[in-house]
Design a protein around this ligand. Structure first.
Ligand code: ATP
Length: 476
């Protein structure tokens, strides 16, 4: 059987991958208890999986027990002997070992505690694994320290992300109903709705805001205003003190901030200050500079963080979002919204390399899991397929979602963004009627609610100044 793990700080022991004696005892006690009461396996499966069990023969027995329970069956010591190969464990067969586990089991009362200890030991072994990898990388003078750190963060994050007890996995429906009624009472009493507002009343009314755990897809053709919309929503949300994490895979933080400043400096008195002018810097008047100062003051203390590293994978986004959430909590703020700009630029894992449909499915499913795990809304901006351009009616539909049907499946809400002015402006010759339509549509963004899991579809017409990155409620 396995030897005990011993290590001094700074030193990675050779046997770190093996369970400690505490871990071994916990595994033996748990399996012994399960041999007397198979339901113990159901009880602990929210805490441990077979991969958490350190001793290979224990893992084998746990897998056989779990398989039986999955089939709706039960087991006892004789049946288990038949289910696993009777290997020689060095002077003892598996069959004999099962007999010992059965005979030495004392109580089932502590099964959950045993499972927690097994889990703790498994996580310690994983931590040792990371430490070992770091040490190996340091001893080997190839590779960049930043890459080693990135991979270590990813592995550490997997330990954090898979930790049990992040939230209840299964709730009783009556208790859930109590929670719904309590929430109704809270909102009727003037409390804020859970989640994050778009800050555009007509869209908030149609959707009830961006709820925790929701995946929202905001889709449109290039130039249609996806980033404009994403930034406007991010600003609105964070200005209402709802923490927002903007993952900008396309734009540098500076460009994004120029857009944010233009949006905040916007007034509807005709003093146009575009983000392009801000970026150019040379044509700014004193008044413009004063407006920019005011806009900058509005951003003080606003919980909006911009991630500007391109080429992030989904698990890197997840790891950074968790760090961001922890940091915001420490600062007394709460992360409510993650915006990914845009979905097509999330670097896929190597798992489905080349199969774009599977890659996109993996990313959208992962974003949905992230939303649920962190209890925040995730909005992913997404490009629509070129097919629209050859249609007479260029308003977006669900079938224009490129690459994968899973976007539509995984999303709780799909918003199609459409600016008719974009197309009319580019027409070589316009009829009088089109000229009039252009006049009306010049400052309009239509948000088509193409799918809403918990509500109606429909469309919302918003005011939009694309050059100033403003999207807002239309004046009556
Ligand atoms: N100064 C300006 N004058 C006129 N139009 C502008 C100006 N600045 C930006 N725009 C327009 O605003 C739109 C920018 O939209 P945005 O970047 O939000 O689109 P997007 O859907 O995110 O596009 P992409 O997919 O190409 O990133 C573009 O159509 C662009 O032409």
């Amino acid at each position: 059987m396995a030897a005990e793990v011993r290590g001094t700080p700074g030193e990675v022991p050779l046997n770190a991958h093996l369970p400690s004696s505490d871990g071994l005892q916990a595994e033996q006690a748990l399996l012994g208890a399960a041999l007397h009461h198979p339901a113990v396996i159901d009880q602990v499966r929210g805490i441990i999986a077979a991969g958490d069990i350190g001793e290979p023969v224990h893992r084998l027995l746990f897998q056989a027990m779990a398989r039986k329970r999955d089939e709706g069956g039960t087991f006892d010591a004789p049946l288990l002997r038949m289910l696993v190969e009777d290997l020689d464990l060095g002077g003892l067969t598996v069959g004999e070992y099962i007999g010992r586990l059965h005979a030495s089991a004392t109580t089932i009362g502590h099964a959950v505690e045993y499972a927690k200890e097994i889990r703790r030991q498994a996580d310690r072994r994983r931590l040792w694994g990371v430490a070992h990898d770091i040490k190996w990388a340091l001893d080997t003078p190839v590779g960049r320290p930043a890459d080693v750190a990135a991979s270590a963060i990813e592995m550490l994050d997997e330990i954090v992300a898979s930790a049990p007890g992040a939230g209840p996995r299964c709730v009783n429906v009556a208790e859930a109903a109590d929670q719904v009624l309590a929430e109704i009472g809270r909102i009727r009493g003037g409390g804020k709705r859970a989640g994050a507002p778009y800050g555009m009343p007509s869209l908030d009314r149609m959707t009830l805001g961006m709820k925790p755990g929701e995946l929202i897809i905001a889709a449109g053709r290039p130039g249609m205003g996806k980033s404009t919309f994403g930034i406007a929503v991010g600003l609105n949300t964070s200005e209402r003190n709802a923490g927002t994490y903007y993952v900008s895979l396309e734009m540098e933080a500076q460009q994004l901030t120029e857009r944010a400043l233009a949006a905040l400096a916007f007034d509807d008195l005709g003093n146009v200050l575009t983000y392009r002018t801000i970026g150019e810097a040379v044509n700014l008047t004193d008044k413009d500079l004063w407006r920019l100062q005011k806009a900058r003051d509005r951003l003080k203390g606003v919980p909006l963080s911009i991630e500007q590293q391109p080429g992030l994978t989904l698990s890197q986004i997840g790891a950074r979002a968790r760090q961001r959430q922890a940091r915001m909590e420490r600062e007394g703020k709460h992360l409510r919204l993650i915006i990914v700009d845009h979905l097509g630029l999330v670097r896929p894992s190597t798992r489905y390399s080349g199969n774009r449909v599977q890659e996109v499915s993996e990313i959208t499913a992962g974003l949905k899991v992230l939303a649920k795990e962190l209890g925040v809304a995730v909005m992913a901006l997404c490009q629509l397929s070129r097919g629209i351009e050859s249609r007479e009616d260029k308003r977006p539909t669900l079938s224009d979602l490129r690459d994968s049907g899973s976007i539509e499946q995984d999303a709780d809400l799909v918003l199609g963004l459409y600016r008719e002015a974009y197309y009319l402006e580019r027409k070589l010759s316009r009829t009088d009627e089109e000229d009039e339509r252009l006049l009306n549509a010049q400052q309009e963004l239509v948000v088509e609610i193409l799918k809403q899991r918990q509500g109606p579809t429909g469309s919302v017409r918003l005011f939009c100044s694309a050059p100033c990155n403003v999207v807002a409620e239309k004046r009556a």
